[in-house]
Design a protein around this ligand. Sequence first.
Ligand code: SF4
Length: 239
Amino acid sequence: MSPDYVREARRGLGRRRERIRPIIERLAREHPDATIALRFRDDLQLLVSVQLSAQTTDVNVNRVTERLFEKYRRPEDYLAVPLEELEHDIFPTGTYRQKARNLRGTMRMLLEDYDGRVPTRLDDLVRLPGVGRKTANVVASERGAAQGIVVDTHVRRLSQRVGLTRQSDPVKIERDLQRVVPRADWARFPHLLIWHGRRVCIARAPRCEDCVLTDLCPSSRIAASPAVGMELHEVGAGE
Ligand code: SF4
């Protein structure tokens, strides 16, 4: 990629801090329905749903949890059945052996260390078996206490394309986003990127011609240049 095009794109679009507000506002108008697709009624159901959602779709998880949550209502319930029974009950979500072990470990720790409740602090959430930073961020954000920004595959791709980060490591991407996204938007910002990524800025074929961010997105400008093509993620992020 020609560095000239990159510099030109970055110069013409303005700094990240200037672009972030219109980016959020436009995406919020475009995707007013951008919320979590998992269905849950309390903190425990939220935690279990997010744990089960690894490597599968939210629709699939909802199908499984509809019956699961009738049977397993408290942390104790997950420990009261044989491991094989829990594996069977979550089987359709995939990697069921690992997920069942993590769920039981999580329930045990909730009972032993947190009075059977889902903790609120990110540092406590990531102690739970099978709960990484992404899962912890989702749980905290959905409870209205976002302490970070969820970075999944869509958030990673769009943050790079829109020029909000140069990083590819999720932790470093999150750090870059935390610097520019207003804290009040930490919970909804990933949802906006996720829904925009599913509907418009699709991984293999971004629909820049239908995108509300074309004049704010360096990747769109570069895409318009026949000399450069769609080397989207290589665009840098101006402070
Ligand atoms: S302009 Fe294109 S690359 Fe940029 S966010 Fe929109 S669809 Fe994605």
